[in-house]
Design a protein around this ligand. Structure first.
Ligand SMILES: [Zn+2]
Length: 156
């Protein structure tokens, strides 16, 4: 009996000290790949199609959107879908995004982070890419720019 209690005491001690050395994470980390995806998304999105709903909530069109965010919001408020298929089509047409916090896209719902959430934060100047990602972006730009300049120099 006492050996069992000693074991339990040891387990409790290990558990409580482990929680001190392992930092509690409340937000998922943002990888360089995700930053690059977010940067690409923020450059390609038609800014006029981003609808600011209220506070820090925005509605953005998905890649297979057939309605505007304004119509999407109207349908959301009316909540009168004729069929389930129509509801699913509406659901996948736009995403509800709160920069750096939430997005209703499949990736956002599964991993609590996605290119929309970060990309929108980039557009709103609420997020800056880290140094490593910045270097990759500069490298890509410089690569393209240099080849154009070289071509121009050769033609002139
Ligand atoms: Zn998303």
């Amino acid at each position: 009996m006492s050996s069992a209690l000693l074991k339990i005491e040891q387990m409790l001690h290990d558990w409580s000290t482990a929680s001190l050395s392992n930092i509690f994470v409340s937000k998922p980390s943002i990888s360089t790949d995700l930053e690059l995806l977010a940067f690409k998304w923020s450059n390609n999105i038609d800014k006029l199609r981003i609808l600011h709903w209220f506070d820090s909530w925005y509605i953005i069109p998905s890649s297979n959107s057939f309605i505007t965010p304004a119509v999407w919001l109207q349908m959301y408020q009316l909540q009168q879908w004729i069929s389930f298929d129509e509801f699913v089509a509406w659901l996948k047409s736009c995403w509800l995004v709160c920069p750096l916090n939430s997005c209703t896209c499949p990736s956002g719902l599964k991993y609590y982070i996605c290119k929309h959430s970060i990309g929108l934060a980039m557009l709103l100047n609420k997020y800056e890419v880290n140094g490593k990602t910045h270097l990759q972006l500069l490298g890509k730009r410089r690569g393209k720019g240099t080849s154009k300049r070289v071509r121009t120099a050769l033609l002139s």
